[in-house]
Design a protein around this ligand. Structure first.
Ligand SMILES: [Fe+2]
Ligand SMILES: [Fe+2]
Length: 141
């Protein structure tokens, strides 16, 4: 059973970004399955560590594209990314240092945030970048 299913309406039309978002969903699903199966903390921590690395790399990749394109809302977008990384760090710290494991509820909240981020901020940014790349189009706002 999957926790979250990738659907085509989440695609933003940039192949690399869409692939990375699908990778995100796959990792969140993997974490969900591990948590639900009651896997050992070391196993959960290993998936969380991969998710953390993936998150940092993906966000960095996006920010680089936005920077190169001169996206005017980069600072705002960066703040959104920073917020998610902090949430993930906190969830991991709880998992490592207390007897309370990362909860399915926390995972659900983070997944929801991520999906809304893809639908909202990521869509906006990459639509802007696509329009900015077309010289004949009306300058994007
Ligand atoms: Fe993204
Ligand atoms: Fe983003």
């Amino acid at each position: 059973m999957s926790f979250f299913t990738w659907t085509q309406d989440l695609a933003i039309g940039v192949a690399e970004i869409d692939e990375q978002h699908q990778g995100f969903v796959a990792l969140l699903n993997e974490l969900f399955v591990a948590l639900q199966a009651g896997e050992a903390p070391a196993t959960i921590d290993a998936v969380v560590a991969r998710l953390q690395r993936y998150t940092v790399e993906h966000f960095h990749f996006e920010e680089q594209l936005m920077f190169r394109a001169g996206y005017p809302r980069l600072a705002e977008h960066r703040e959104l990314h920073r917020y998610f990384v902090e949430q993930l760090d906190q969830a991991t710290a709880t998992n490592e240092h207390a007897s309370v494991p990362l909860s399915l509820e926390t995972l659900s909240i983070m997944t929801h945030w991520l999906i809304e981020h893809i639908r909202g901020a990521d869509h906006h940014a990459f639509r802007w970048i696509a329009r900015a790349a077309r010289p004949s189009s009306v300058p994007p706002r």
